[in-house]
Design a protein around this ligand. Structure first.
Ligand code: FAD
Length: 380
């Protein structure tokens, strides 16, 4: 068992950190306040190869693995969770669904553009009436000759307003329930498709969270991704990878909150001493560092198993569950260590506190992760 990152992986981590500190950090609060999507930064990440990290070079990807992807998402999220979730939804949800379930023509058509950032991707499973119970989706796709006709509304879709390509799940056989969902790729500008409400959020405010509305939206038959009625099974496979990215998103924000708290504790003096001299503060920092380390090991284990081609349903959920809960706890302690200044927008603690909560909710809540883990444990 080797716990060391290779020289290349360490170099990758350093270069993403430098990029994030140079290009993202100066704008974070302005984007957050204005709920401004950092389009130019996302395009630049595409040009640098960070929007297709996990895909083979023949499809325009960087030919790296999930370990490298975790390092990159963590480093981006350490500075801004919004950038982290934008890249994660684009890569491990939308692009990966096309890569993992699409046919050769679909991969050739979409992957190079998604990997380079020419196209931005979104993924729509959640509907107003079906979140955790995603299999009870209502949106329909009806076959008419050489076309599919889509009707329905997806909700909470990351990147929805900026997406050139959306991957959506719709019911093609109502009687078959979860085995009656199929996946479709829909391009921006297709008649009958439009993004709807932009959500005004607690955190991750620079990321876009949108409704996707389909009204008699006609798409060609070849836009079915994967086999008809395999959409739900494929979506669950995709979430095995996506949950590793939410673990990485959590880790990055936990690390950012921890570093900010550590720095502040050495500067802030009370009772004539830096507050880091007090054991109560030291124990908080020690617990944060230990739990972040444990979360990182879980995330990297799931990532390296995925890179080895192994099934990671249980390990991805464990990493996502643990890392997200740790991140919420670290962000909370981060505010506490800052005292009143933790409540003020001049310091980064309050933003981590707001942003991090999404991690225990998106791509399956903590309750759902426990259900997934228990189902794996109790199998056979
Ligand atoms: C910022 C943001 C970005 C998102 N991005 C995307 C995206 O890109 N694509 C996409 O498809 N979706 C996206 N989502 C949706 C997200 O995945 C869902 O919000 C999430 O799965 C929970 O669904 P829900 O909100 O309907 O909550 P519900 O399912 O209504 O859950 C409410 C509460 O009930 C609990 N609960 C539900 N069922 C059970 C059960 N059986 N046992 C115990 N407890 C249960 C939940 O854990 C939760 O605490 C995003 C959401 C947000 C907020």
């Amino acid at each position: 068992m080797d716990f060391q990152l290779s020289d290349e992986q360490q170099q990758l981590r350093r270069s993403v950190r430098e990029f994030a500190e140079r290009e993202i950090a100066p704008h974070v609060m302005q984007w957050d306040e204005a709920s401004q999507f950092p389009l130019e930064i996302i395009k630049e990440l595409g040009r640098l190869g960070f929007l297709g990290m996990v895909f083979p070079t023949e499809y325009g990807g960087a030919g790296m693995g999930y370990v490298e992807y975790v390092l990159a998402i963590e480093e981006l999220s350490r500075v801004d969770g919004s950038v982290g979730i934008i890249v994660a939804a684009h890569t491990s949800l939308c692009s990966n669904h096309i890569f993992a379930a699409g046919n050769e023509d679909q991969k050739r058509k979409y992957m190079p553009k998604l990997a380079s950032g020419e196209f931005i991707g979104a993924w729509g499973l959640t509907e107003p009436g079906s979140g955790s119970d995603a299999g009870s989706a209502r949106m329909t796709a009806v076959r008419k000759g050489n076309n599919w006709v889509l009707n329905g509304t997806k909700t909470f879709c990351t990147n929805g307003h900026y997406a050139d390509v959306v991957l959506v799940l719709a019911v093609t056989d109502r009687a078959a329930r979860t085995h009656g969902l199929s996946a479709f790729v829909v391009e921006k500008g297709t008649k009958g498709f439009r993004p709807g409400k932009k959500e005004n959020k607690l955190g991750l405010r620079a990321s876009d969270t949108a409704e996707l509305i389909f009204e008699d939206c006609v798409i060609p038959a070849e836009n079915l991704v994967g086999k008809e009625c395999d959409g739900f099974i494929d979506a669950m496979r995709i979430l095995d990878g996506g949950r590793i990215s939410i673990a990485a998103l959590s880790l990055g924000m936990a690390q950012g909150a921890f570093e900010a708290a550590t720095k502040y504790s050495k500067q802030r003096k009370q009772f004539g001493r830096p507050i880091s001299d007090f054991q109560a503060i030291q124990w908080k920092l020690a617990d944060m560092a230990t739990e972040i380390d444990a979360a990182r090991l879980l995330a990297l284990r799931a990532a390296s198993m995925k890179d080895a081609g192994l099934k990671t349903t249980q390990e991805s959920s464990m990493a996502k569950l643990f890392a997200s809960e740790v991140a919420v706890k670290c962000a909370n302690e981060g505010v506490q260590i800052h005292g009143g200044y933790g409540f003020i927008k001049d310091y980064p603690a309050e933003k981590f506190y707001r942003d991090v909560k999404l991690c225990t909710i998106g791509e399956g809540t903590s309750e759902i992760q426990r259900m997934v883990i228990a189902r794996q444990l109790l199998k056979d």
